[in-house]
Design a protein around this ligand. Sequence first.
Ligand SMILES: [Zn+2]
Ligand SMILES: [Zn+2]
Ligand SMILES: [Zn+2]
Length: 139
Amino acid sequence: MESVTLILRDAGMRRTGPRQAVLEHLMESDYALSHQELENRLEGRVDRVTIYRILAAFEDHGIVHRVMDAGGHPQYALCSSSCKGHHHHDEHVHFQCNVCGNTYCLDEVAFPRISLPSGFVLSALDVTARGTCGRCQAA
Ligand SMILES: [Zn+2]
Ligand SMILES: [Zn+2]
Ligand SMILES: [Zn+2]
């Protein structure tokens, strides 16, 4: 697994305590985290405005991508190493669990190709599957 220091260095960002803390929590989680979840986990260590700024900067530097949950709230997940700056390549299926509400990045699931009518140009494709995640299914 890539270290926090390496990810920040590759993105051209200076390592600060708050940035490191936010990144560590995103790396530890196997599902995407909302701003609120990060705020709860970092309570007393990093304030909410700083978390907002860090997430925006991480998105600008190709470290995290945003996924909207069913209620339209953004969740943040780590990018693949092919994301650089504003050019994100997070073409993978996202899975939203109806039970726990978590959103997972499924890198190993085949991403569909779609053919468009002539004259249409694709700039982004989001695929979100919904159902029950493995953890909830097993519970
Ligand atoms: Zn990305
Ligand atoms: Zn679940
Ligand atoms: Zn993702």
